[in-house]
Design a protein around this ligand. Structure first.
Ligand SMILES: *Cc1c(COP(=O)(O)O)cnc(C)c1O
Length: 242
């Protein structure tokens, strides 16, 4: 774990929020229309607490099990935490995901949509749902292809009875992100969904210019993460950290 001082985390959070508000203003977006998801994956409760103490309430995790290990405790300490699942979801984890998360950004196939629909019925909990679009058509990356996105959203609604609220993407590493954000915004307008989950530490200002409603920012708040999969196998499927 990196050596994190609470003061550093709080000033980094403040700086990110300031950059978001400045970019909203510069892009003619209403003030506070962009929601910051602080991505706390790989960081423990001791590193997350100072960010909560600084006022942040919306967090993102990309593994169900890791989130289960951290957030029940943190939620017991602070009432109004909002938790977003931003990593790939296996259908056998749908139950846990619906129980724990307030939003799921990675709906990308019928099997997941069906499993979520069953759990939403059973549990009477309705997380906000985003469909992940693989805008770069990367074989190792999750997400529905851009051309199939409209039909998939329609199946989510008509076949699975799910309300889809937005689209999400992770542009390919090493490519300009702007065209991917533009494509996602165009698809959302065509499909008729409001929300765009796009933009990470390196490109959230660009994403806001293209209409992001939810930016997912980890490193710029928490500091650099210890390398996990990417140090060993850069092309490992499922490594979507970007
Ligand atoms: C890790 C992650 C982020 C945050 O990335 P940073 O570069 O640390 O800001 C955003 N979105 C997804 C899907 C992630 O896995």
């Amino acid at each position: 774990m990196p050596d994190l001082k609470p003061d550093d985390v709080q000033s980094r959070l403040a700086a990110v929020l300031e950059r978001i508000r400045a970019k909203e203003a510069a892009s003619g977006r209403p003030d506070s229309s962009v929601e910051l998801i602080a991505v706390s994956k790989t960081f423990g409760v001791d590193e997350i607490r100072p960010v909560i103490a600084a006022g942040q309430r919306r967090f993102g995790e990309n593994r169900v099990q890791e989130a289960q290990a951290k957030w029940p405790l943190l939620r017991a300490e602070t009432a109004d935490i909002e938790l977003h699942l931003i990593g790939p979801l296996q259908s056998n984890k749908a139950k846990e995901a619906v129980a724990l998360f307030d939003a799921i950004h990675t709906v990308d196939r019928d099997k997941i949509a069906g499993a979520l629909a069953v759990e939403i019925q059973k549990q009477g909990r309705v997380p906000q749902l985003f469909v992940q679009v693989n805008t770069g058509l990367e074989p190792q990356k999750a997400g529905i292809g851009p051309r199939e996105a409209a039909a998939f959203v329609e199946r989510c609604r008509a076949v699975h009875g799910l309300a889809i609220d937005g689209l999400m993407c992770i542009p390919p590493a090493g490519e300009a992100a702007g065209p991917h954000f533009a494509l996602l915004a165009k698809l959302a307008a065509e499909i008729g969904v409001e929300n765009l989950s796009m933009g990470m530490s390196g490109d959230f200002e660009t994403a806001i210019a293209f209409g992001a409603t939810h930016v997912r920012v980890g490193g710029a708040i928490f500091g650099s993460r210890p390398p996990i999969v990417s140090a060993v196998a850069p092309d490992e499927p499922g490594d979507q950290a970007g």
